[in-house]
Design a protein around this ligand. Sequence first.
Ligand code: IMO
Ligand code: MG
Length: 437
Amino acid sequence: MSSFVVLGSQWGDEGKGKIVDLLTERVDIVARYGGGPNAGHTICAAGQRFALHHVPSGILREGVLCVIGNGVVVDPASLLKEIAGLRSAGVRVEENLRLSDRAHLILPYHRGCDIAREEAAREGKIGTTRLGVGPSYESKAGRYGLRVADLGDEGLTLEKVRRLATTLRAACGAGLPREFDPPPDAVAQEYLRHGLALRPFVADTSALLNRRLDEGAVVLCEGAQGTMLDLDHGTYPYVTSSTSTAGGACTGLGISPIRIDGVVGVLKAYSTRVGEGPFPTEQDNETGGKIRERGKEFGSTTGRPRRCGWFDALVARYSVMINQIESLALTLFDVLDDFDEIPICVAYEHDGRRLDALPADPAILAGCRPVYEVLGGWRRDTSVCARFEDLPQAARSYVSRIEAIVGCEVGIISTSPLREKTILRPGSRIGHWLPPR
Ligand code: IMO
Ligand code: MG
């Protein structure tokens, strides 16, 4: 019947987990198409708080099938821990989770390599999550990666783990940290055990998704990270190593672009970024500290304090273009409830020139000064507002101004992590992709 993508439109951490969980009420399948344990998707439901890393954010809804697609890189020990955590919270994981047999695995050598590189780097540090995600994608592109399907074959697993150990030790000039450099034969045995534990979940998920789509199922393709972290379209080299933009849903799940009917972009009412790299609207000052405190802006995967700043319309406009986003979900709106003035970045200034689009060169982006349009704050609690009309006039103006500058409707406004604290705007494009309640 239909499938649509929900993805991050900034530098990740936009609140995708909450929005996916919310929309999941009306879909049959949620399928994650990229990233790995570097993702941290938080959902608050039934008085509990869940931080998901591999498992799609639809898992809390009974009867919704969750798929970890071929485009995801999986750390099997960490995935098994996540499954155990969900199970002990009473979530039925067995029936509802499927893992692609074509997904690649993260080995200790990948993590070691990620850590060693970050430690050794002075200038070129990326600020990765150090979970081995980048090196695992490198092995995949290098055609010597270990895949879920390989774990069914002891000889093949052993051979591949040995080759991975040799290659990654050589790739890492400084040497792998000891605890991430165990003997390959032991790693192979451990991964074969993980393979057995994961076997009930493993499936040819592309075949499964295409069959279910033929039968009329509604599929929500869940992105990880965000457009500005995309390997091709983000602020390279300060990006992750996968395709977090809409195209990644096709390659990362094995479904055709013709199958995808729409794209929802999730973005914060302001901006954050973790790790290194240019961030023009960053407020490395008291204002940024206030946003961080109000938005609880600390990484759910690494605990790092996030860099905070104002809304950047160039980033949002770029993301709308790259992904053809037709509706935006504006999250963490209530964080702005306590400011007198709220600036929106509408252009950059570089060397006396005005830029209206994002430059490719990270050095130019780093030298850009934001040009702000300053809007009035509202200084009222928006989390009590159930409808758009209930929002204070200044808050409505802020949303309308974003829609006008970015050139895309805002279909959802989220005013708290809680499911029920969400304003769904009637008539939004999102309704086109969801079956009626
Ligand atoms: P979710 O899905 C925010 C960032 C890292 C680093 C860069 C590369 O929760 O939005 P990596 O470990 O991927 O090689 O790190 O990407 N990064 C994220 N930032 N949210 C994420 O995921 C991220 N995943 C990676 O901080 O700057
Ligand atoms: Mg995150």
